[in-house]
Design a protein around this ligand. Sequence first.
Ligand SMILES: Nc1ncnc2c1ncn2[C@@H]1O[C@H](COP(=O)(O)OP(=O)(O)O)[C@@H](O)[C@H]1O
Ligand SMILES: [Mg+2]
Length: 251
Amino acid sequence: MIEIKNLSYMQNGKYILKNVNIAIKQNCVTGILGPNGSGKTTLLKHIIKELPSKNNIFIDGENIEKIPRKNFAKKISFVEQSFTGIEEITIEDIVKMGRYPYKKIFFDYSRKDKLIIDEALYQFQLKDLKDKRAGKVSGGELKRAFIAKAFAQQSEIMLLDEPINHLDIKHQLDLMKLLKSMENKTIIFSIHNIDLALKFCDNIILMKNGEITAFGKTQKILIPEKIKEIFEVDTTIKNIENENIIIYNSK
Ligand SMILES: Nc1ncnc2c1ncn2[C@@H]1O[C@H](COP(=O)(O)OP(=O)(O)O)[C@@H](O)[C@H]1O
Ligand SMILES: [Mg+2]
């Protein structure tokens, strides 16, 4: 379980995160929703220790600041929103980076590492692309490669920053289904698509101006009043064939 207690973060005299308090359950898919600039990426970066916290974030009761780097990488993986400086690396090498926390210094990757890398390439439909350089594949394919890297890392917790941005609808659905189907994983991602959040998230965190305005089960949080409060749009949610569907009222 991830617990965040009284986390605030300031930049240039302005609160980017303000008194964040949440406990995220294990083995669930949690979506973070909020307008641009509401603090989603900043929150994720605190959880992966890219931004500093002090006695504010705990994983299974342990202060993340106290967990050594390689052990931390075995617990948590992160897929960034965009990637730079990796144009010359092959897709297979990207996936291989996921095994780095398990690699012994001066030793090559083990047989087990290689099997896991192959499995990740297969699961994410990257086998045919494995020898291509990152600079020569599409944005969506590159995203899949980084998600495959996180998968190969075999961490119980996976954090993803807007994982379906820039993917076509088929790959959006494929990725959501795959994340949802993973067993024994705690998955947290930021997402702009309310429709897919309704379909695939067990829990929702709503953010506005660096604050968490609501947190809980998707059916309780993604309701028209709360959506209006956060996004300033009028919606209707209809249950059709046991699925909640959002309708945007444009009139
Ligand atoms: N390094 C930084 N310096 C100053 N302001 C920043 C920095 N990083 C982010 N911000 C500001 O913090 C706020 C939250 O940003 P971010 O977490 O990226 O939001 P989101 O991911 O929800 O779009 C924004 O107003 C952004 O301009
Ligand atoms: Mg962001």
